[in-house]
Design a binder for this molecule. Structure first.
Ligand code: ZN
Ligand code: ZN
Length: 318
């Protein structure tokens, strides 16, 4: 399977600012030498040497991930604002123009995970099939509530694609296309579910956002360690720094330090830091990444765990 990130931000969409762009340009100009700008090739080479926060951006859209199975079926995980661009892409490249079918897994219905639905063009096209899956029991009712006339011009019934709502209980393994999936409830205000996807060959992926693993409950997470164990790619909520997480107990999010502890304990192969704090700019996100890498080295030396930070456009083959 392959996963692609279309929205990585937590809580609320947070577009890059003019000030932030100016700061990037200033720093790049300060770093450049005359030799770095002698030719287009020299410029390309120079840009490659820059930190991610200067030459790119982590992105401001809220949670949306595309999972593409080996038999090329599309599963979307959460419907944050990143879903708008994904919808356009599916129409352009996957024939979601009236004969397409996709599946959507929803972890919970906080705004930053559902706002993209109304701007997802394939859901307006008759003939398309959109199948929702969730361990949230009343998902359809909750989504319809978002589109009452006081909140949005169109109701869900006015979206022309056919829609199905498929509840599955926590912990049960089900099959979809050529993969199987299950869920596990996580600590989060109002409730939330993590989803685990496993291929026939055993390769696995876990989405675990909006999940609070904090210092006060680290002695009671045995069942989670078993759930996470040996997973190839774990996308994990790391909205706060460790210091912030101590002050924000019960706010529903974790830190990169706790995520690293859990990933080491569970023998995860690749940990993806995710659901970034909306107030953090790109240079702060570089710092979060560096601190996580240093922390891993401190607690586990040369352990093979790979840690990366999610950005819009990141693709991972599993
Ligand atoms: Zn969220
Ligand atoms: Zn949430």
């Amino acid at each position: 399977m392959k996963i692609k990130f279309w929205g990585v931000r937590g809580s609320i969409a947070s577009p890059i600012t003019k000030y932030s762009v100016e700061q990037k340009i200033k720093k790049i100009l300060e770093l450049a030498t005359p030799a770095d700008i002698l030719s287009p090739q020299a410029i390309d080479h120079f840009l490659e040497t820059l930190p991610f926060s200067l030459k790119g951006t982590y992105g401001g859209n809220t949670t949306c991930i595309e999972l593409r199975t080996d038999d090329n079926k599309v599963i979307i995980i959460d419907c944050g604002t990143g879903m708008r661009s994904l919808g356009k892409s599916l129409i352009d490249t996957d024939k979601m123009t009236g004969t397409g079918e996709i599946s959507i897994f929803l972890s919970h219905t906080h705004w930053d995970h559902i706002q993209g639905i109304m701007f997802f063009l394939p859901i307006y096209i008759p003939g398309n099939k959109i199948n929702f899956y969730s361990s949230v029991e009343n998902l359809e009712e909750r989504l319809r509530f978002q589109q009452t006339k006081t909140h949005f011009p169109l109701t869900m019934d006015e979206m022309a694609a056919s829609k199905s709502f498929n509840f599955f209980p926590e912990g049960v393994w089900e099959k979809l296309h050529d993969i199987k999936y299950t869920s596990k409830a996580v600590r989060h205000p109002g409730g939330c579910f993590s989803y685990k996807f496993e291929q026939i060959d055993g390769k696995s992926f876990i989405f675990c956002s909006d999940a609070e693993f904090n210092i006060d409950t680290m002695d009671e997470i045995g069942s989670y360690i078993e759930y996470f164990r040996d997973t190839d790619v774990l996308v994990f909520d790391t909205q706060y720094t460790f210091e912030e997480s101590l002050q924000k107990i019960d706010w529903g999010h974790s830190s990169a330090a706790i995520a690293t502890d859990i990933a080491i304990k569970s023998n995860i192969k690749k940990l993806i830091l995710f659901h970034h704090e909306p107030f953090y700019d790109d240079s702060k996100m570089d710092q979060v990444t560096m601190q996580a890498l240093k922390y891993k080295e401190m607690i586990a030396g040369s352990h093979s765990l790979i840690i990366e930070t999610a950005y819009e456009g990141l693709e991972i083959q599993i």
